[in-house]
Design a protein around this ligand. Sequence first.
Ligand SMILES: NC(=O)c1ccc[n+]([C@@H]2O[C@H](COP(=O)([O-])OP(=O)(O)OC[C@H]3O[C@@H](n4cnc5c(N)ncnc54)[C@H](OP(=O)(O)O)[C@@H]3O)[C@@H](O)[C@H]2O)c1
Length: 138
Amino acid sequence: MSNFLRSDLENILGSCTVTPHVNQVLAHVGNTPSELIAYCEGKGILVEAYSPIAHGEMLKNTDVAAMADKYGVSIPQLCIRYTLQLGVVSLPKTANPDHMRANAEVDFEISDEDMTALRDLRARDYGEHSGFPVFSGK
Ligand SMILES: NC(=O)c1ccc[n+]([C@@H]2O[C@H](COP(=O)([O-])OP(=O)(O)OC[C@H]3O[C@@H](n4cnc5c(N)ncnc54)[C@H](OP(=O)(O)O)[C@@H]3O)[C@@H](O)[C@H]2O)c1
């Protein structure tokens, strides 16, 4: 399932016989649904972060670029590593084999301090894609 809020989960958990195994949610640097992730974990529901690079918009973020530079990685690598360190599955998408290879090379560690900074960051502008229901909060 995807885009289930806590209220949706409470609703389904109240009557289901099999707990849903996975909830796919919009989660990326700039939009971290921490409470929902914690709730899912508490119920044994695996969280998958879709659009971990904010549908590509994070590539333009200068603050995130500066932090990626500090770690000597690309913005997508920082964003993907961030979601993994949140304890969720990361679902980046690319049509470029070089990008795909690079996106799998995330064997570095973001410090606790930088994880907090990335978690606190708010960036929810999806440019020309802002009207899509999944990005408009509808
Ligand atoms: N369940 C849902 O409601 C829902 C909603 C939205 C999306 N999703 C799923 O989530 C997955 C990913 O989401 P998404 O496509 O919205 O966003 P995303 O993975 O955050 O971003 C994709 C964009 O990032 C670029 N990119 C990826 N790796 C890169 C790299 N190493 N260097 C430079 N650019 C890079 C891609 O371009 P290139 O192709 O040029 O690399 C593409 O433009 C998809 O599988 C999608 O189906 C699920």
